[in-house]
Design a protein around this ligand. Structure first.
Ligand code: HEM
Ligand SMILES: [Cu+2]
Length: 549
């Protein structure tokens, strides 16, 4: 167009972009790379644990692997990949042309990437080896003089800033930029998930930012916040860490609940059951989630009434969570189920997340937790919620939205092969770990004696991990292949309900030439109905392709 500077193309267009879709894609590419790194670290640990008294990996390296793996999966994969999907889809789903602050958005991405690179740079000197929780005094300079801990502090500062700026951006966008007619009760449930994820990030991150800053000054500038000898208290670390750390688990699941709430109705050919209950329960989980942090500290010296409070507040979260599960099942009930890959992953998500939820409620009973803390039961629990839950949900979202992002369909057969390998591999890896935990196998150990009876289950777990990894590779292959040879998707391949399916796939730079007026929580149904009433052929629903794309 005359008068406008030429649009940059090639690499430069990515480096300088402020388009929420490109930023979203960069988030997704970068986080999947980190996911691969975290996965390789996991496989190395599982190889070491395949046999008793194995000498493949030495104890220092094992502890570094645990730390890098946990940190990577949480701070460099699950939280930011959700920001990636949020970036791509929030403006499209609410009928906006970009995020509220596009440049700030780009800054969020680059902060994340550099945070990750700085953290991984520690591999070339001494990686941290404290576990992802970095408990003081273990992480203090007396016990951990290596700069690996400082690299982690850097990571937390940079990715924390990235997340806070991103969260402010989501809040501003969702509050102010919704299409005409999209009241709160017509907002897609994924948008509810991202909105509440953002509020939680803003509330929780300052606590860990403060904690790591105190750790930094303890380590280098002679303060003693966590040092008993100087009048400090290591429990302060645990409170600050978990005041962030528990909300963090909801940060990692609420947007995924949102994805599942989008997918299940589309593939059940029914409106979602109990829209308001799902939205309200999201808010309730976030509120209650701020009140339960000390259930990670049941073995610290704490009065029984306080333990009881944290036990009961943790139980309470099962109520709004149960509401969601029932709503999803009620949505599927008597629906005309369309068993496509996104639905496979969504149903797998529900089954596995319920198991993780139940082992969570069990661990919230504090006398039970006294037995289970720091055993493999907890390792099983976190993986059922984080992998069986969050990651399966993210894969559901990937299969669901890939056609919109790339303009191509993923291959169904490869998708189903990937699902079954992942489902089998995941449960093989982690189901037996409940039993290992109940038999007393501690977490974060690099090896174990042969006489304990832990050998067979550990071997099963390791074989399962490799099957799981193979399943993940099939999806990555499927994605790369489909970008080239996948069937053309068209605007709305799933007959879906929300506004992102109104625009071409992939959407033009300005998203919408005309922004439709919203009349219900399912705008695409309204549009299809209007088109049918006007007697035009189905499939001519969409706006014309924008010029220049
Ligand atoms: C290929 C799949 C995976 C395998 C085989 C795997 C395996 C492991 C292993 C062996 C440990 C160390 C247990 C210990 O020694 O205490 C671990 C810890 C952990 N994993 Fe995974 N994992 C996988 C995926 C994930 C994912 C997707 C997430 C999160 C989204 C995750 C989060 C964590 C966390 C938070 C820890 C605790 C780290 C710590 O104790 O500091 N893992 N995992
Ligand atoms: Cu918790």
């Amino acid at each position: 167009m005359r008068g406008l500077p030429d649009r940059k193309t090639g690499w430069l267009s990515w480096l300088s972009t402020t388009d929420h879709k490109k930023i979203g894609l960069m988030y997704i590419y970068a986080t999947f790379l980190f996911f691969m790194l975290g996965g390789v670290e996991a496989l190395m640990m599982r190889l070491q644990l395949a046999q008793s008294q194995n000498t493949l990996i030495n104890p220092q390296t094992y502890e570094a692997l645990v730390t890098m793996h946990g940190t990577t999966m949480i701070f460099l994969f699950v939280v930011p990949v959700l920001a990636g999907f949020g970036n791509y889809f929030v403006p499209l789903m609410i009928g906006a042309r970009d995020m509220a602050f596009p440049r700030l958005n780009a800054l969020s991405f680059w902060l994340l990437l550099f945070g990750g690179i700085l953290f991984y740079a520690s591999v070339f000197f001494t990686p941290p080896n404290t576990g992802w929780t970095f408990y003081a005094p273990l992480s203090d300079s007396a016990f951990n003089p290596s700069n690996g801990v400082d690299a982690w502090i850097f990571l937390i500062h940079l990715t924390g800033l990235s997340s806070i700026l991103g969260a402010i951006n989501f809040v501003a966008t969702i509050h102010n930029m919704r299409a005409k007619g999209m009241g709160w009760a017509r907002m897609p449930l994924f948008i509810w998930g991202i909105l509440i994820y953002s509020y939680l990030l803003i509330l929780a991150l300052p606590s860990i930012a403060a904690a790591v800053t105190m750790l930094l000054t303890d380590r280098h500038f002679g303060t003693g916040f966590f040092d008993v000898a100087q009048g400090g208290d290591p429990l302060l670390w645990q409170h600050l860490f978990w005041f962030f750390g528990h909300p963090e688990v909801y940060i990692m699941i609420l947007p995924v609940f949102g994805m599942i709430s989008e997918i299940i109705p589309v593939f059940s050919r029914k409106p979602v059951f109990g829209y308001k209950a799902i939205a309200a329960s999201t808010a309730a989980i976030a509120f209650l989630g701020m009140l339960v942090w000390a259930h990670h500290m049941f073995t610290t010296p704490t009065p029984i009434v306080v333990l009881a409070f944290f036990m009961l507040s943790s139980f309470a979260i099962a109520v709004p969570t149960g509401i969601k599960i029932f709503n999803w099942i009620a949505t599927m009930w008597r629906g005309a189920l369309v068993l496509k890959v996104p639905m496979y992953f969504a149903v797998g998500f529900i089954a596995q997340f319920v198991i993780g939820g139940i082992s969570g409620v069990m661990s919230a009973v504090f006398p039970v937790d006294w037995q289970l803390q720091d055993t493999y039961f907890i390792v099983a629990h976190i993986h059922y919620v984080l992998f069986g839950g969050s990651v399966f949900g993210i894969f559901a979202g990937l299969y669901y939205w890939f056609p919109k992002m790339s303009g191509r369909m993923m291959n169904e057969t490869l998708g189903k092969v990937s699902f079954w390998l992942m489902f089998l591999g995941f449960n093989m890896t982690f189901l037996v770990q409940h039993s290992l935990g109940l038999q007393g196998m501690p977490r974060r150990i690099y090896t174990y004696q042969s006489g304990y009876g832990w050998d067979v289950e550990n071997l099963i777990s390791t074989i399962g991990a490799f099957i799981l990894a193979a399943g993940i590779l099939v999806t990555l292959f499927n994605a790369v292949r489909s970008v080239k040879v996948g069937k053309k998707a068209g605007n709305d391949p799933w007959n879906a309900n929300t506004l992102e399916w109104f625009v071409p796939s992939p959407p033009p730079e300005n998203n919408f030439d005309v922004i439709p007026r919203i009349r219900s929580a399912e705008p695409m149904k309204d549009i299809r109905r209007e088109v049918a009433a006007a007697g035009r052929p189905a499939g001519s629903v969409a706006q014309p392709v924008a010029p220049g794309t």
